[in-house]
Design a protein around this ligand. Structure first.
Ligand SMILES: C[S@@+](CC[C@H](N)C(=O)[O-])C[C@H]1O[C@@H](n2cnc3c(N)ncnc32)[C@H](O)[C@@H]1O
Length: 333
């Protein structure tokens, strides 16, 4: 989750010119193709037209998105443009134009196609639930590595994903550390339902529960026994409204804004929950915004329950997550 800047949507006059039938021609950049009796533009040419339209609308990865939408309209997982047949299948042009128009209006690609990739999984996404982001794959990696390390000692790892959203992190742990017991919690009923659905559809077993990380009784039956607590909580401060329409207008506020003036109310609660749930030596992995690295390290170690706080970077080298361990009870005494 980021609040990066991006160009704004296209001006209304241009939007108004793209209606269903007209959009198909617009997409192809060849409004005369049908009128002159020529054969319809090739899929490749339609994708090129759509790429230009999406770029104009400020979409960050126009070619990737135009190609993914073509695959969706063709009913296949992905397309290699060079291998496509010249002639589009019956109805393709209109179907494609409608999808491109939705993306041009900055509806997230993942909402349009209904799925997203996360590590090795294809997961269902839905309006009302946060779309998993690539940077969280690094956070998941640390949880997976720790769970695998525990499993290698002959112990069944117990992993809790707080603020699970679609279940992306929890399901990746279940997928990549076979035999691990994984628990996923979210305050949003929509997120809980989607995580359950993704669990069923991937065949990866989870314990999924509605719950509020601010509740001191959350998962009381697991207190002091958990090997890894992993979380990508909401953490944006209230005055830093994301600029990208895909985020601002489509991710739920509950998933974005962390509460309090600094956005750290929910992350603070995650740290407190981790201190309760982790066994001595257990690991907390928690995503945060770049500017929050020092603050969350201080928060984590404030009362001595967690130690060894460190910041890890994402693939772009930005400081984006906290690691901390539950203090050994004897060492604290
Ligand atoms: C940034 S999203 C992350 C979702 C998922 N972990 C991911 O990375 O794709 C944050 C999630 O935290 C949930 N959430 C917000 N406040 C919460 C709270 N107090 N307790 C539990 N979950 C909460 C939201 O519903 C949302 O699903």
């Amino acid at each position: 989750m980021t609040a990066d800047s991006s160009p704004q949507p296209p001006p209304p006059s241009r939007q108004a010119s793209v209606t269903s039938a007209g959009a198909a021609d617009d997409v192809a950049r060849d409004p005369t193709a049908r009128a002159t009796g020529e054969s319809p533009p090739s899929v490749r040419r339609l994708v090129e037209g759509a790429t230009a339209l999406l770029a104009e609308a400020g979409v960050a990865s126009p070619r990737v998105d135009a190609t993914a939408l073509a695959a969706h309209a063709l009913g296949v997982e992905r397309v290699v443009l060079a291998l496509l047949p010249e002639a589009p299948p019956e109805g393709f042009q209109a179907r494609y134009a409608a999808l491109v128009e939705r993306r041009r209006q900055r509806e997230p690609l993942q909402h349009i196609v209904g799925t997203t990739g996360f590590r090795h999984l294809t997961l269902r996404v839905a309006p009302g639930v946060f779309v998993p982001r690539p940077e969280t794959e690094t956070v998941a990696q640390h949880a997976i590595d720790e769970a695998a390390r525990v499993a290698a000692t002959g112990v069944v790892p117990l992993v809790v994903d707080l603020c699970c959203g679609s279940g992306a992190v929890a399901l990746s742990v279940a997928d990549e550390v076979p035999g691990a017991h994984v628990v996923a919690v979210d305050l949003s009923a929509d997120a809980v339902a989607l995580t359950r659905r993704n669990s069923e559809e991937t065949g990866l077993a989870l314990r999924v529960e509605p719950g509020d990380v601010r509740d001191p009784g959350l998962l009381a039956d697991l207190a002091g026994t958990v090997d890894v607590v992993v979380a990508n909580p909401p953490y944006i401060p209230p005055d830093q409204v994301p600029v990208d329409p895909e985020v601002r207008d489509h991710d739920p506020d509950l998933a974005l804004y962390g509460g309090g003036a600094d956005g750290l109310e929910v992350p603070r609660a995650v740290i407190a929950a981790a201190a309760r749930l982790l066994r001595p030596g257990g690991l907390l992995v928690m995503e945060h915004a770049e500017v929050q690295a020092a603050a969350v390290r201080v928060m984590a170690c404030a009362d001595g329950a967690l130690v060894d706080a460190a910041t890890i970077t994402d693939l772009a080298g930005r400081p984006r997550a906290l690691l901390a361990r539950r203090a050994d009870a004897a060492a604290r005494a």
